[in-house]
Design a protein around this ligand. Structure first.
Ligand SMILES: CC(C)(COP(=O)(O)OP(=O)(O)OC[C@H]1O[C@@H](n2cnc3c(N)ncnc32)[C@H](O)[C@@H]1OP(=O)(O)O)[C@@H](O)C(=O)NCCC(=O)NCCS
Length: 445
């Protein structure tokens, strides 16, 4: 007998239930909870499904499971956990291809909200009024300085180290200098979320300057936004309004994204009741990979390799013929296009016009036409971010750290939510190794 819990509902599997005849997947329309119960248990109160059921709009995918000849359920794995609903969350949603933060459409937020409004929304569940917003901006400014010990450590990092590896190490070391790192009260965890959000931009800018042989620049105490402070700390110059606004919009678009890989990594880490610094460090490690946040850098590397619009067709055609992936395309959840991409495309075009260099945008448009035309794959959030950041003269290997700066808001919101209603996250594995092996003494091997 196996007890299973999905989406907060627990099921009991009776071993006399025969599952063989029902193996496979089914897509079922949900009318009400009673209907779900009937689908899951069947008219005779037999359990039909346990392996997974996934909410897609108003439908559930039900993966029916196998049982062996004793009627025991066989655990079967779903590669990449595709379609598995692993938690409940009230932070962001992707329903019918529409992304919302706390129920507000990303299109509305991208057009109207600042990143700090979004941070507030993700943490507190509502948009801030003017005084709440200025209070948050003040708190972010007053927490932006990084402990001198961390800056001194960054000075010892190899100059050519991967920027995400540097960020991961520096963020992990922040915990060593925070006396309340191990304090698990909600108030302390919120304070640490503010510190992390405030200090990541300082770390990224400091690392960039230190590796160039320059002194890090202290954050402004009266910055109007994280975008302004970050661009200032990178260059030492007051950034132009257009640059602040463009970066700010990119931060809004990257802030949260339901149970993406790095957010899941953060939740798994803190679900052991480990601390928030460990959660964000895990998340940075997960974001680093080219299948996740690292894709934006890979897109720019590709654009640079292609060089000009005239080379696009042959380059992309060859890659697709060789079954190679084109970075910045495709998505596990969005099959009809990533709703964030259009905003970045527009920004990429506007910034291209403003800087008088349309090359990256023109190439990107051609690539999109080819990849969508030939493979049906649409650009994701990373595709046009690459040309946007390049137009802002941001070095290529800071793209993913900027993604991390933005996503810290989502990671910390999810970590706080996980602590509020925690249960250890511990799935099972389908064993595919040999069975009934005898132990062979070392002298006989
Ligand atoms: C995002 C991504 C990891 C989703 O992965 P997934 O859901 O596991 O999908 P798969 O990698 O299994 O891809 C399914 C099919 O589409 C193809 N495909 C997916 N993304 C592709 C891409 N960017 N270029 C070319 N083909 C792609 C795969 O080759 C595979 O084809 P096949 O069935 O013929 O083998 C994947 O689309 C990808 O690697 N994209 C490029 C990296 C990227 O931009 N990541 C940022 C995500 S926001």
């Amino acid at each position: 007998m196996i007890a299973v819990s999905q989406g907060g509902i627990s099921f009991r599997v009776l071993n006399e239930v025969s599952m063989q005849r029902r193996n496979g997947s089914a897509l079922l329309e949900i009318i009400d909870f009673e209907a779900i119960r009937n689908i899951l248990y069947g008219a005779d109160n037999e359990l039909l499904c346990l392996n997974l059921f996934t909410l897609i709009g108003k439908s559930f995918i039900v993966d029916l499971c196998e049982s062996n000849d004793k009627g025991e359920i066989i655990l079967t794995a779903t590669k990449g956990l595709e379609g598995i609903v692993a938690t409940t969350s009230s932070i962001s949603s992707i329903i019918d291809g529409v992304l919302t933060y706390r129920g507000i459409n990303i299109d509305d937020l991208a057009e109207n909200a600042t990143f700090e409004e979004v941070v507030y929304l993700l943490w507190y569940g509502k948009l801030p009024n003017r005084s709440e917003l200025s209070g948050l901006i003040q708190e972010l400014n007053s927490n932006a300085a990084v402990p001198a010990e961390v800056l001194n450590q960054i000075k010892l990092y190899p100059k050519d180290v991967n920027t995400m590896a540097a960020l991961r190490t520096a963020v992990s070391s922040l915990a060593l200098y925070d006396p309340e790192a191990g304090d698990m009260t909600p108030e302390s965890n919120l304070r640490k979320a503010i510190k992390l959000q405030a200090q990541l931009p300082t770390i990224v800018a400091a690392f960039d300057r230190i590796r160039k042989g320059l002194e890090p620049i202290a954050p402004k105490a009266d910055a109007g936004s994280i975008s302004e402070n970050f661009l200032y700390m990178l260059t030492g110059k007051n950034p132009e309004k257009i640059a602040i606004e463009a970066l700010d919009k990119a931060l809004v678009l990257h802030a949260d994204h339901e149970l993406n890989a790095s957010t899941f990594a953060a939740r798994v880490t803190v679900a052991t009741l480990s601390d928030i610094y460990s959660g964000v460090t895990s998340a940075i490690g997960a974001l680093k990979g080219p299948l996740h946040g690292g894709a934006n850098e890979a897109v720019m590397a590709m654009l640079e390799e292609i060089g000009t619009a005239a080379n696009v067709k042959s380059y992309i055609t060859e890659k697709l013929e060789n079954k190679q992936k084109i970075m910045g395309f495709g998505h596990r959840v969005y099959k009809n296009g990533d709703p964030r991409a259009k905003h970045l495309q527009k920004m990429s075009q506007e910034l291209g016009k403003l800087t008088g260099n349309m090359n990256w945008y023109d190439m990107s448009i051609q690539i999109e036409e080819l990849v969508t035309g030939q493979k049906g794959l649409k650009p994701n959030v990373d595709f046009y971010s690459a040309s946007v950041y390049t137009s802002l003269e941001i070095p290529r290997d800071l793209f993913t750290p900027i993604f991390a700066i933005s996503r810290t808001s989502g990671w910390t919101a999810h970590i706080l939510e996980q602590y509020e209603n925690n249960r250890l996250i511990r799935p099972r594995a389908e064993y595919t190794g040999p069975s009934h092996q005898a132990y062979v003494p070392i002298e006989k091997r």
